[in-house]
Design a protein around this ligand. Structure first.
Ligand code: FES
Ligand code: MG
Length: 578
């Protein structure tokens, strides 16, 4: 061993202790068959796994953990796997997002409370990646992430189908009679045909790319399909690498700088990533004291064309993205255009430019070039301001209909997604293609948890008339796999008295995405009158976690983290337990 830190290592406060204390710490560990030599001061590496059968996208992570362990042993470390909460997107109600902060808290506390010198973070499904990064950032011990990888491309009757994205399409087909119920059951199995997370460029794939772009996972990690043996190989490499990172004392605070976030925001634009990345990156930045606001996302992204042609905005899926060269190919192209900070340090101990080197692009339909991009610069996710969203709102232009990006139409207001769904199929619903559907009380405090309910399906009446898109406005989020002209993350939310709470049926809504505005064409005096008459909705929760959440969650533009979780609380060894 070259490193001289053995006795000063954090884990030695436990395993190196003399007398009764040290005996307690070591003896019980030995019931797992570890010999005394593992306590000799070698780096103790936690492997935080969010594997769970209730989070199908993460169910295989126990297998990934075995590869990480192998790498840690190979490099001379002592690996200890531990489970964390898993916020599975598909099953958790009212929304997995309600639990992201809880998971982040758990990850942070588990790392700090235990004899760990470094940690490998195994995530997959949407919220599990930001939750782990948030928790690890607040402890600031050396950390490397390994995401679990996407599922193989969905295959249904000869066509590629994307997780999430095709759920919306199949639903429309079912509604309009193009598909039968039995066909839908068959299609379900075709869509999810291997281990892994959603293989569209939804939130999970986006956040995996964000972890890589931030420099928190090894180059190439984001794209290997879950079942590809190179995923296992990269997991093993991560296990080896974390041991060296502990020796080098390379911590998240050195990696997660303002420049790393600028890189991530630009990469998100280039991959046509999920709008959820905005909220998660903002929350992660809050943990490391990096100032990142909504305007940064718009300004940084404006110069970046969408290079990656993946669903929901495009045609292909993550497996194709992997074979084309994955994120290193995208980052190499952005570097060529001077759009990334190439010297920014990453978990490899090297800079971004050195990591991606001369990564090649093996399929220019999937990963396009800056000279002939899939979508031109300035058409990514836009940040809006106006009297309807004084603290901002976002819209994913690439998932929207170009003709609706400037639109003026009457509002039809629903106080909850349920209120909309109750009448959405009514053939006499008072809407047409010019109507702006407003769904409110779906924000962080209002729902609570800010669920992905904003892209409500169009009313049956409109669908039957052959209309495929309408403007929708909501204080909630949209699945990263979703599409449509949907204004999201309206802040402040209706439940805290944001202007969205004041909209009435028939009010004219003016959306002007090229000029980045969203306004209600109602005069200020009338809005002030309505504000005086507004009453806050009754408290839904008076105890329990949901109460804690509503009391402490910040608005969407601040990342919807708990105010009291901002910043880092470090990794000082806590007081002795006995
Ligand atoms: Fe888990 Fe999409 S549902 S990644
Ligand atoms: Mg999702």
């Amino acid at each position: 061993m070259t490193d001289g830190n053995r006795t000063s290592r954090r884990s030695q406060a436990w395993f190196g202790a003399s007398g009764r204390s040290g005996m307690l710490y070591r003896s019980w560990m030995r019931n797992q068959g570890f010999g005394h030599e593992v306590f000799d001061g070698r780096p103790v590496i936690g492997i935080a796994t969010s594997a769970s059968e209730l989070a199908p996208c993460n169910a295989h992570l126990t297998r990934v953990a075995e590869a990480v362990k192998r790498g840690v042993w190979q490099a001379g470390g002592f690996p200890l796997q531990f489970p964390t909460m898993a916020t599975g997107e598909t099953l958790m109600r009212p929304t997995a997002m309600l639990y992201r902060n809880l998971m982040a808290m758990e990850v942070e506390e588990l790392i700090r409370a235990n004899p760990l010198d470094g940690v490998v973070l195994l995530s997959g499904c949407d919220k599990t990646t930001p939750a782990m990064l948030m928790g690890a950032a607040s402890v600031d011990l050396p950390a490397v992430m390994v995401t679990g990888g996407p599922m193989l491309n969905g295959k249904y009757r000869g066509q590629d189908v994307g997780s999430g994205t095709h759920v919306w399409k199949f639903e429309e087909d079912l509604k309009t009679g193009r598909m039968t119920e039995e066909e839908c059951f068959f299609a379900e199995g075709c869509m999810a045909r291997s281990e892994g997370h959603c293989m569209t460029m939804g939130t999970a794939s986006t956040m995996a790319c964000m972890a890589e772009a931030l420099g928190m996972q090894l180059p190439g990690s984001a794209a290997w399909p879950a079942v590809d043996s190179r995923r296992t190989e990269v997991a093993q490499s991560a296990g080896q690498r974390i041991v060296r990172m502990v020796e080098e004392e390379l911590r998240p605070s050195q990696i997660l700088t303002r420049r790393a976030f600028e890189n991530a925001v630009r990469v998100n634009a280039a991959i046509g990533g999920s709008t959820n990345a905005i909220i998660h990156l903002t929350a992660i930045a809050g943990r490391v004291g990096v100032d990142l606001d909504l305007e940064d996302f718009d300004e940084l992204a404006r110069a970046v064309p969408t290079l990656v042609n993946l669903m929901p905005s495009g045609t292909y899926l993550m497996e194709d993205f992997c074979y084309a060269g994955g994120l290193p190919a995208v980052m190499a192209e952005l570097l060529r255009g001077g759009l990334l900070h190439g010297e920014q340090i990453t978990v490899t101990g090297r800079g971004v430019a050195e990591n991606v080197g001369s990564a090649g692009n093996d399929d220019t339909d999937v990963i396009t070039s800056l000279d002939a991009p899939f979508q031109p610069a300035g058409t990514g996710t836009a940040v809006l301001r106006g009297n309807l969203c004084p603290d901002g709102a976002v819209i994913k232009q690439s998932a929207a209909s170009p003709h609706l990006l400037t639109h003026r139409g009457p509002a039809r207001v629903f106080d909850s997604p349920e209120a909309y769904h109750a009448v959405a199929d009514d053939p006499d619903l008072d809407v047409d293609e010019n109507t702006v559907i407003v769904i409110r009380n779906a924000g962080p405090k209002g729902y609570p948890g800010m669920p992905e309910v904003s892209n409500v399906p169009l009313p049956a009446k409109v669908l039957k008339a052959g209309i495929t898109d309408m403007v929708r406005i909501c204080d909630g989020r949209m699945s990263g796999t979703g599409y449509g002209t949907v204004v999201l993350h309206v802040a402040p939310e209706a439940a805290v008295g944001g202007p969205l709470a004041l909209v009435r049926d028939g009010d004219l809504v003016v959306l002007d995405v090229p000029n980045r505005t969203l306004d209600l064409d109602v005069d200020a005096a009338e809005l002030a009158r309505r504000r005086r008459a507004w009453k806050a909705p009754a408290e839904q929760h008076t105890s329990g976690y949901a109460w804690l959440y509503v009391q402490n969650v910040e608005q969407a533009d601040r990342g919807a983290d708990f105010g009291f979780l901002r910043g880092s609380r470090g990794h000082e060894v806590p007081r002795d337990s006995h």
